[in-house]
Structure formats: structure tokens, C-alpha cells
Write a protein that binds this ligand. Structure first.
Ligand code: ZN
Length: 345
């Protein structure tokens, strides 16, 4: 029969042992990889085969195809349990856009979904992709699988990963706005509308990660498809660039190509070499011009750019998964790090 004192000692020892096991296990479990791994090629493909299907008729701003697209996005957020980002909880931000080059006004919507931060809910990271494309031309549907179906489905998967983190008790410290903008192909109009009428003040917007075409390989990288172009990452904030580089080195190991960070670097487009000007050519620019640090994620142009041949079967889904995971990790660090990203002097 055991001595009472010894038994007490034993119970204390066993208790301490169990607690240390639990603590160890918790540290091991808690890495963003658990959630990054919910972003899969298979699910990206499932979403894209719907989002860039003929039923969406090329998603031109102000058309029925675009209405189908915004309702699809809303439905996906509802089923994920991620709430709408408008002040009243709605997903749609309605606007009337004056399309000067077509001399008409059209009614359309941005789509906003929101995860509130736990510690600094007023500081917001905005992740964008343009939900629209160029519609039907000469009787042919432009499905825009890469441009920018790839960006929209990447955001859906990133939102799912953050939602899973919330469910498991790891709500981000800062808030995240998932913003699908309209009117990009008409001149960056939906993102301009948002930054002219921000739902969350721009001075509290810590960064914008903009995804526009990340599902393909351009002809400069046929021999090294493990790449992505990043544009703008160090222009307004060195912190942002450093976070992005560190996340890539720790978790993803893509070859990050910065050649288009210089807007004067030449690209061959529409029959001749021109300055790329990519820093000014997608929705991040409306944030950058308001001093919000940005990264534009991009795979470069290809023969199917703005053509009916930009279709779902040409997308590299494993590569899309890897690129989307890098954006997730970068977002994770931005919203969970102690200090807000600092602007350059
Ligand atoms: Zn685009």
C-alpha cells in the first residue's frame, strides 16, 4: 500500500507531465501551415470551373454575367460563415459608374467580406481581386480564367483558411477585408470607388494585397515555372517587402521576380515593346496613391490575355495553390505581427 505523501507527490508529477505535454502539443499545432494547407489545387479548380464557366458570360461590368458572379461570391462567403463587409452587414457595395469611354452610366457592385480582428480590429488588411472581365465580343465569351478568375478563387480559399483559424481559436489580431472589385477592365473603377468611399478608413488600412492573374506561366518562365512577379512591395514600405520575403523563404520558396517593380522595364505587348507600367495598371494603384502599401501579385501576360482562349483547362492549379499560399502567409504575418507595417519616410 502506497504512502499518502508519496501518492500526492506522484499525482503532482503526473499532472506536471501532462501539462507539459499539452503545452508542447499546442506549440507544435500552432503554425499558419495548418490553415495554409486548406488552400488546395482541387478546391481552387472546383471554384474556377464555375467562376470562369460560360454561364458567367465573361462577367462584364453592368451585365447579367456580372450579377451571376457577385451572387456566386456572396453565396460562397455565406456558406463559409464569413460575414458581409458593409456597415449593415451586406456583401454588396452598390455604385453607379460613369464609363466615359462608352458615354454611359452603369449600376454595379463591389463584393465585400470581413473577418474582424481580435486585438486591433480598427487596423485592416485589404485583399483585392477584380471580379469583372471583358464579357462577350464578336459572339465569343471571354471566360477570363486567369484574368482574374484566378485572383477571385484564390481570395475565396484564403478567406476559408482564415475562417478555419478563427474556428480553431486563432482569430487574426487585425481585421481582414476580402474585396472583390468591379469595373477594373473599364479603368480600375470599382477600386477607385472603394478608395474614394472607403468603408474602413484608409489611414487605418495597413496594406493592400492585390491579386490579378496568378494561374499561368508566361513565356519568360517556361523553364522555371516556380515563380511569381511581385510589384510594388518595397515602394511604400520596406517592412512589407521584408515580411513578404521572410514568409516566402520560410514556407513557400517561389522564385519572386521583381523585374516589373520598375515601371519602365519593357514588355512586348500589342505588337511592340512598351514600358510595362504595371504599378499603375491594376487595382492596387488606387490604394498606393493613397499611401497604403501594396503588393501586386501577377504571372505576366500570355498569348491568351484578353482573348476567348483564357480558359480553365490552361490554368496550372498546383502553381496557383502555391502562389495563393504565399499570399495567405504574407497576410497572416501582416495581421498577426506585433507592430503595424511602417511607411517609408
Ligand atoms: Zn486583370
Amino acid at each position: 500500500m502506497i504512502n499518502l505523501f508519496v501518492m500526492k507527490q506522484l499525482i503532482i508529477l503526473i499532472g506536471a507531465f501532462l501539462m507539459s505535454c499539452a503545452a508542447t502539443q499546442k506549440t507544435v499545432e500552432f503554425t499558419p501551415t495548418t490553415f495554409a494547407n486548406t488552400i488546395t489545387a482541387e478546391e481552387l479548380k472546383e471554384h474556377l470551373y464555375i467562376y470562369a464557366s460560360d454561364a458567367f458570360m465573361g462577367r462584364e461590368t453592368g451585365t447579367e454575367g456580372e450579377t451571376i458572379a457577385i451572387n456566386y461570391l456572396k453565396g460562397e462567403y455565406e456558406s463559409l460563415g464569413v460575414k458581409g463587409g458593409m456597415p449593415n452587414g451586406d456583401y454588396f457595395m452598390p455604385m453607379s459608374l460613369n464609363i466615359s469611354r462608352e458615354s454611359r452610366t452603369i449600376d454595379c457592385n463591389n463584393v465585400l467580406a470581413f473577418i474582424e480582428g481580435s486585438e486591433k480590429p480598427d487596423e485592416v488588411l485589404v485583399i483585392t481581386a477584380h471580379l469583372d472581365h471583358i464579357g462577350v465580343e464578336n459572339g465569343q465569351i471571354n471566360n477570363g480564367a486567369d484574368d482574374d478568375g484566378s485572383g477571385n478563387v484564390a481570395i475565396l480559399e484564403i478567406a476559408e483558411a482564415f475562417k478555419e483559424a478563427v474556428t480553431q481559436g486563432h482569430r487574426p489580431k487585425r481585421s481582414i477585408l476580402f474585396l472583390h472589385v468591379t469595373g477594373e477592365e473599364k479603368g480600375l473603377l470599382g477600386s477607385k470607388y472603394y478608395t474614394d468611399n472607403p468603408v474602413y478608413p484608409l489611414e487605418n488600412t495597413v496594406a493592400n494585397l492585390n491579386i490579378d492573374m496568378i494561374g499561368r506561366i508566361d513565356n519568360l518562365h517556361e523553364d522555371n515555372p516556380n515563380y511569381m512577379y511581385l510589384i510594388g512591395s518595397d515602394i511604400l514600405s520596406q517592412d512589407l517587402h521584408d515580411v513578404s520575403e521572410a514568409m516566402n523563404q520560410t514556407y513557400v520558396n517561389l522564385d519572386l521576380d521583381y523585374r516589373y517593380n520598375d515601371p519602365t522595364t519593357k514588355v512586348f505587348e500589342r505588337g511592340r515593346f512598351r514600358q510595362n507600367n504595371y504599378y499603375y495598371r491594376s487595382d492596387h494603384y488606387n490604394f498606393a496613391k493613397n499611401d497604403v502599401p501594396v503588393i501586386f501579385y501577377f504571372n505576366g501576360t500570355h498569348a491568351d490575355y484578353h482573348a476567348p482562349t483564357d480558359t480553365v483547362e490552361k490554368i496550372e492549379y498546383e502553381l496557383l495553390e502555391k502562389r495563393a499560399r504565399l499570399i495567405f502567409y504574407t497576410a497572416w504575418e501582416i495581421v498577426n505581427r506585433d507592430g503595424r507595417l511602417q511607411l517609408r519616410e
